[in-house]
Design a protein around this ligand. Sequence first.
Ligand code: ADP
Ligand code: MG
Length: 240
Amino acid sequence: MIEIKNLHKKFGDLEVLKGVNLTVASGEVVCIIGPSGSGKSTVLRCINRLETPTAGTVIVDGHDIMNPRTDINYVRTEAGMVFQQFNLFPHMTVLDNVILGPVKVRKMPRADAEHLGHDLLAKVGLGSKALAYPEQLSGGQKQRVAIARALALQPKVILFDEPTSALDPELVGEVLEVMKKLAAEGMTMIVVTHEMGFAREVADRVIFIDEGVIQEENTPQEFFNAPKNPRLRDFLGKIV
Ligand code: ADP
Ligand code: MG
C-alpha cells in the first residue's frame, strides 16, 4: 500500500529525514514512536505530499507522489489524515464536517452523503451528535468526528499523527477504541503515537525514529521486550 524508499527531507539547512525506508502492506497497522522533533510528522506529511520530499520515492497504492502526472488530490483521498488538533470547521455541524469531502471532492449527492455521514457517526459512537457544533463536543468526541471525516472519503490508508496527544487522559480510551475497531476491520493504518499500550496491542509492527532515520523496526513483542537499539532502550526507559 505504501512504499517509502530513501526518503530525505530538508528544511533549509536542517536535514530532518536522512533516508527513511518503510513499506506498509494492505491491512497492516504500523505504529511510529520516537522523541519530539525526530521527524515522525514529517514522514506522515511526505506520504500525501503535505511536505515535498527533498529526495527519495514515496509510492501510495501504486501512485508515485513525485511523478508530475500523479493527481496528488486523488492520492490525498486515498491516504486520509487525522491530526492531533482535530482541525474541524467550527462553523459547520458535525455532520457537515464529515460529509464535506464526499460532497466537494467526490461530488456525491447531498442525500447520499448525509446517509453515509450518519452511518459513520454511528460507527464512531456519535450517532446523536450529527447536528451539534464542534465546540459543543469534548476533545474525544471531536477526534472521533475527525476519524469519521477521514473515513468519509473511503481511504485506503489512514495516517494518524498523535491522535490522542491533545486529549485529557480520561478521553484517550474512547478514541483508541475506535482506532482498534478500524484496525480489526482491516484498515491500513500508520499511527504516530505515545500510547505504548495501543502499539503493543494493536500494531503489527512498531518503528522507532530518531534523528531522521528508522533506528529499529520490529514486532511489538520484540520491540518492547527486547529492544536492541541503545537509543530505543533509553527512550523506553524514560517513558515506561
Ligand atoms: P516530530 O513529529 O517527530 O516531533 P517533526 O517531523 O514535526 O517531528 O519535525 C522534525 C524537525 O523538523 C523539527 O526540528 C522541526 O522543528 C522541523 N520542522 C518541521 N516542519 C518544519 C517546517 N515546516 N519548517 C522548518 N522546520 C520544520
Ligand atoms: Mg509530530
